[in-house]
Design a protein around this ligand. Structure first.
Ligand code: CMC
Length: 381
């Protein structure tokens, strides 16, 4: 029988590695909680900046705290010319996630405080990163299309500024509300892969820029944040509702994963997907792209009929891409938009973890040869 200390928990599935009071995912009940608030309540009544404050500081801000928080974010929201030049120089040829990773790392390299392990400095770095994210991601969106940057407007909120820096036009109230809600829905999600990456990095007492750079790198993969881009591609490939059964059956028979379905924690419908589905229906209707939504809805029915028993349902990435597509974003921008939101969770959980720090150092079970083998000189091998 296998001994307890040599049991391998692949992917750390089910292993509890930290305590947190930032947020909670109930995968059986389909419930997502930020600091005690249901995600549905925050999506309906709050806004992203307030939610970021809640995640970082543990309570909803009063008026004065909120004004101070917004003023702090807005005081450092502009990008320096060299940062803009860096984005322009690589933004049209690299994937936006690679550009985002590079830019956060670059800004960190220039921050004289980035060698500090002081908690107050780590908090300041968190706010500085967050404050610049709308302009960074917006400028990347424009650079990827060869467009000149648009400077952020301090009168606009986080979501509106991102839309402004991306499109060059001030969003209407509906566009702002949709983007803001998408950001709230993506702001935090338990001990997911990118958040865990951030924790591993901050636990070495590296700086917050390094932690966020690690998190961005991890979010990029198609099994995590990158799924939203591929989910929309699959919906477009299916093309119309009548094709869903045949295309999905073939993909499943080939053992392909259908992006936007399944989750390590949720074994029921992802509550974020439910809200995004409502937005997807309304925006596709408004933009004459109803067929996309109808196709997705039929794909959902087929997938649930085939894999619902296994706990496979749409996740946050299935409908989000359709919403961003309808707001005019190219699919390679979907994961950077995820990062634009998740920066709140990454920094909140990193600050929380490092306050009661413990270096991560798991073990790997050695399954190689024990030896000792003879060393043979290279000429004789
Ligand atoms: N399509 C088809 N089959 C699936 C899917 C899917 N999307 N997801 C899981 N399964 C099957 C899988 O083939 C396996 O079947 P079997 O038991 O016959 O081997 C079973 O369900 C368990 O899957 P798993 O991959 O071992 O489970 P996991 O907990 O490691 O996977 C997951 C979680 C998210 C990696 C997986 O569901 C997946 O690859 N989904 C597609 C990618 C995706 O949408 N990712 C976004 C996740 S939500 C946002 C985020 O966190 O970034």
């Amino acid at each position: 029988m296998m001994q307890a200390d040599t049991e391998v928990h692949k992917g750390l599935e089910g292993v509890i590695v930290s305590e947190s009071s930032v947020g909670f995912v109930d995968g059986q009940a389909g419930r997502l909680v930020y600091r005690g608030f249901n995600i549905e309540t925050l999506a309906a009544r709050s806004n992203y900046e307030e939610v970021a404050y809640l995640l970082l500081y543990g309570h909803l801000p009063n008026q004065k705290e909120f004004e101070n928080f917004k003023a702090t974010l807005r005081s450092t929201m502009e990008l320096n010319t060299d940062t803009v030049d860096l984005i322009k120089s690589i933004g049209h040829k690299a994937h936006p996630m690679s550009v985002l990773r590079t830019v956060v790392s670059y800004i960190g390299a220039k921050d004289p405080k980035s060698n500090s392990t002081d908690l107050k400095d780590q908090e300041e770095m968190s706010l500085r990163i967050m404050s610049k994210f709308p302009a960074i991601v917006g400028t990347i969106a424009r650079a990827s299309k060869g467009l000149n940057p648009v400077r952020p407007d301090p009168k606009l909120g986080y979501a509106a500024n991102f839309l402004y820096c991306s499109t060059g036009s001030r969003p209407d109230a509906e566009q702002e509300k949709i983007m803001d809600t998408c950001l709230i829905l993506h702001a935090d999600h338990g001990s997911n892969a990118s958040t865990f990456s951030a924790l591993v990095t901050i636990a070495t007492l590296a700086d917050m820029y390094s932690a966020v750079t690690s998190a961005i790198s991890t979010l990029k993969g198609p099994l995590h944040g990158g799924a939203n881009e591929l989910a929309l591609e699959t919906i477009k490939k299916v093309g119309k509702p009548e094709n869903a059964e045949q295309v999905l059956s073939k993909m499943l028979a080939n053992k392909e994963k259908i992006m936007g379905f399944g989750h390590r924690v949720y074994k029921v419908y992802d509550p974020r997907a439910r809200i995004l589905k409502g937005f997807a229906e309304s925006v596709t209707h408004k933009n004459g792209k109803e067929v996309l939504f109808q196709t997705a809805e039929q794909m959902e029915k087929v997938m649930i009929s085939k894999l619902g028993e296994k706990g496979i349902f749409p996740n946050v990435d299935f409908y989000s891409g359709m919403v961003y597509d309808s707001l005019g974003f190219e699919s390679n921008m979907f994961t950077p938009i995820f990062a634009l939101a998740r920066v709140a969770g990454w920094t909140a959980r990193s600050l929380e973890y490092v306050k009661d720090n413990k270096l991560f150092r798991p073990k790997a079970k050695y399954v190689g040869e024990i030896g000792p083998k003879d060393y043979i000189e290279i000429q004789k091998r």
